[in-house]
Write a protein that binds this ligand. Structure first.
Ligand SMILES: Nc1ncnc2c1ncn2[C@@H]1O[C@H](COP(=O)(O)OP(=O)(O)OP(=O)(O)O)[C@@H](O)[C@H]1O
Ligand SMILES: [Mg+2]
Length: 243
């Protein structure tokens, strides 16, 4: 019998198969495979420089895949341009602060939707998640605090009402109450909209509080994966993330 899986469960929204990518000579992401269903949160854990961000950038079309496939709802989107991938209801929240500093908060949010009417309608999504962002619509985004900029980044993803969210270290540099808020927003979004989330994280308590499944990336390869609900998950994962 072939070891290759011939079909996927109907609800799979993102499937990555044997994905290899990198920048120059040696690959940074090596034969990574996973799939994720609607309403699921998968956390990719790993130490600095293991290829977590590169993996998300490859899915999003910013880094070229040299081998493997990326499929969205069954459609092969490997190496398509990022704006075309975004049209498949994929929202990407990068690790680096990717908001437009000289635009207002409102103008930054406007980039997540197709028109002004939708922006008005969906501001209530942002209000429910981060009221502080809606209070600052006319403030220049560059003058927001670091934590507020992270909230704006996530809000810009949420306002698109995506089917898939790719989120890179949203908890980095945030105080514990803010991290808890991010967890609450992600869980609510997953439950309400059935969004599938690929969360890249190094904050283990945060990751375990929101994710259904985990995968550990080590030098570009998934070396371990499983369900977060499993009893000894935290101890095993801590071991992997220790410097
Ligand atoms: N644009 C680039 N050009 C060349 N090499 C790069 C580039 N971006 C990342 N790399 C290299 O690829 C490797 C993986 O980087 P990546 O940013 O994917 O890691 P990461 O797991 O997200 O790390 P961190 O936890 O520090 O964010 C690193 O060795 C990094 O130096
Ligand atoms: Mg990174």
């Amino acid at each position: 019998m072939s070891a290759v899986r011939q079909f996927e469960p109907a609800q799979t929204v993102l499937a990555v198969e044997g994905l290899t990518s990198g920048y120059d000579a040696a690959p940074v992401v090596r034969e990574v495979s996973f799939s994720i269903a609607a309403g699921e949160i998968l956390v990719i854990l790993g130490k600095n420089g293991m290829g977590k961000s590169t993996l998300l950038k490859t899915i999003m079309g910013f880094v070229r895949a040299s081998a493997g496939k990326i499929r969205l709802a069954g459609e092969d989107i490997t190496n398509r341009q990022p704006h075309l991938i975004a049209r498949h209801s994929v929202a990407y929240t990068p690790q680096e602060y990717a908001i437009f500093q000289d635009l207002t908060v409102e103008e930054n949010l406007r980039l997540g939707v197709a028109n002004d009417t939708l922006l008005k309608e969906r501001l209530e999504d942002v209000e429910a998640a981060f009221p502080r962002i809606v209070e600052r619509l006319h403030q220049r985004a560059g003058t927001l605090s670091g934590g507020e900029q992270k909230m704006l980044l996530l809000s810009r993803g949420l306002i698109a009402r995506p089917k898939i969210m790719l989120i890179d270290e949203i908890s980095e540099g945030l105080q514990p109450t803010m991290v808890a808020k991010m967890a609450e927003v992600l869980k609510a979004t997953k439950e309400r909209n059935g969004v599938a989330v690929v969360l890249v994280e190094q904050n283990l308590p945060f990751a375990l509080s929101v994710a259904d499944r985990y995968a550990i990336l080590k030098i570009g390869e998934i070396v371990e994966r499983g369900d977060v609900a499993h009893a000894d998950t935290a101890a095993t994962l801590e071991e992997h993330l220790r410097i």
